[in-house]
Design a protein around this ligand. Structure first.
Ligand code: ASP
Length: 431
């Protein structure tokens, strides 16, 4: 990462020390949580403090970087092509991911042996189910959430989607008011640098913060043996999800990066290990966003592309979540011995994609949107009980893929939206 005192360029040495400390922190925190869950619980609050510091930056970061990103395109009327590219990228990669998940779960059949004891509708599952209404209600809910009635209450409740819409609208209009926009653009340029510097400072706390989050989480599930016991109960299902995520994360996304962005996947992933480990430990695309943004820019992606692709991606581009929704729904059908027709699998494909788009970038949000997938094809909601205990772990894996997909997307979009002048403020762009 960049040194906190210099904006001149990346300070690799400091960045490497931080990364190494994060890796050590993950092992140390994991070991403590595994062996001594009670002791680990005592340091959980330090992890929560780090998480809060990241979340504190999310709202101003989204507003400032998105407005800044849009104004860097010079004129909102020139945004048609990049906008189309971004949406195409999001949808295409999500489709590939969900398709892959459906293929794997049909091949491996993790639920074919049945679940043993059928889960019952516990209070927790009922609470999850209550927040979902079926596909039409869900689509309506996404649209409803887009337009804020009061942008300040959206900000205070950290509802990311309306903030994004407001920022795009605001930034877009700024580009149309003629010369007077200079002051505003300069202001957002300065604000952008300020927020990013705040992020750089918070990153220094990442090794300790991440160690405590990992320790606290393992501690709260009762330590290593409790975790392994839960995992073994549905090992085949967990393995199917992890295999799918691994193929998408290690093969498909790197291929897209190589072919479309013409970047070395190994080098790019190496540069982005800190945001990837943050995504894994926080299980939240939104919490990881400040760090994602900082490192993607550092890896050479323009502020403009990072500022547009990453905040939007953190809320609507969730390859990992969408895949997990499809795998989980079909696993539940297999466990309950429900035969799904081809048409029903297509419905799962579409609703899982929608569920990935609609899930918030917060821990276990996918569990809530999965109710909609289950309801649409008439699967029992209590089936969620089969996967509930281990969801916190798979959530971390899918969040890492979600964030990796956003970062690959930023590089791809950046390559296809080049500016033909060195003056970023000159309204003369090439798409
Ligand atoms: N935790 C995921 C994320 O923030 C969302 C989910 O799948 O639950 O990306």
């Amino acid at each position: 990462m960049k040194s906190a005192t210099s904006a001149a360029g990346p300070d690799r040495k400091v960045g490497n020390i931080i990364l190494l400390s994060i890796v050590i922190g993950i092992f140390a925190g994991g070991l403590l949580g595994w062996m001594a869950p009670n002791a680990a619980m005592r340091i959980k609050f330090i992890g929560d403090l780090f998480l809060k510091a990241l979340l504190m930056l999310v709202v101003p970061l989204i507003f400032v970087t998105m407005v800044h990103g849009v104004t860097q395109f010079g004129d909102v009327r020139k945004m048609g092509r990049p906008a189309a590219l971004i949406i195409t990228y999001y949808l295409l990669t999500t489709f590939i991911s969900v398709g892959l998940g459906i293929l794997l779960v049909n091949l491996i059949k993790p639920g074919a042996a049945g679940p043993g004891a059928m889960p019952v509708l516990t209070e927790k599952i009922a609470a999850v189910a209550e927040r979902q209404t079926g596909v039409l209600g869900f689509a309506e809910d996404i649209l409803n959430r887009m337009i804020p009635e009061n942008i300040f209450s959206s900000m205070s409740e950290m509802q990311v989607l309306p903030i994004i819409i407001f920022s795009l609208f605001f930034g877009g209009v700024v580009t149309t008011i003629g010369k007077k926009n200079r002051t505003i653009i300069d202001l957002f340029d300065g604000l952008n640098d300020t927020i990013m510097k705040m992020v750089q400072i918070v990153i220094y706390a990442a090794p300790v913060g991440i160690a405590c989050i990992v320790a606290g989480k393992l501690g709260s599930v009762g330590g290593g043996s409790a975790f392994v016991n839960e995992l073994l109960k549905i090992a085949k299902y967990a393995l199917t999800v992890i295999t799918g995520l691994a193929i998408h994360g290690f093969i498909i996304l790197p291929l897209i990066l190589l072919l479309l962005a013409r970047r070395s996947p190994l080098k790019y992933a190496g540069q982005l290990l800190t945001p990837l480990t943050t995504a894994f430990s926080t299980a939240s695309s939104s919490a990881a966003l400040p760090i994602t943004m900082e490192y993607v820019e550092e890896a050479g992606v323009s502020k403009r592309s990072a500022g547009l692709v990453l905040p939007l991606g953190a809320t609507i581009n969730m390859d990992g979540t969408a895949m997990y929704e499809a795998v989980a729904a079909i696993f539940i059908a297999q466990s309950y011995n429900v035969h799904l027709t081809g048409a029903q699998q297509v419905v799962i494909f579409l609703t899982a994609t929608l569920a990935g788009i609609g899930a918030a970038g917060i821990p276990e949000a996918g569990l809530v949107t999965m109710v909609m997938v289950l309801k649409t094809v008439g699967l029992p909601i209590e089936g969620i009980g089969l996967i509930l205990a281990i969801d916190w772990f798979l959530d971390r894996c899918r969040t890492t893929v979600n964030v990796w997909g956003d970062m690959v997307g930023a590089a791809v979009i950046d390559r296809f939206t080049t500016i033909d002048t060195s003056d970023a403020k000159a309204a003369n762009y090439n798409f």
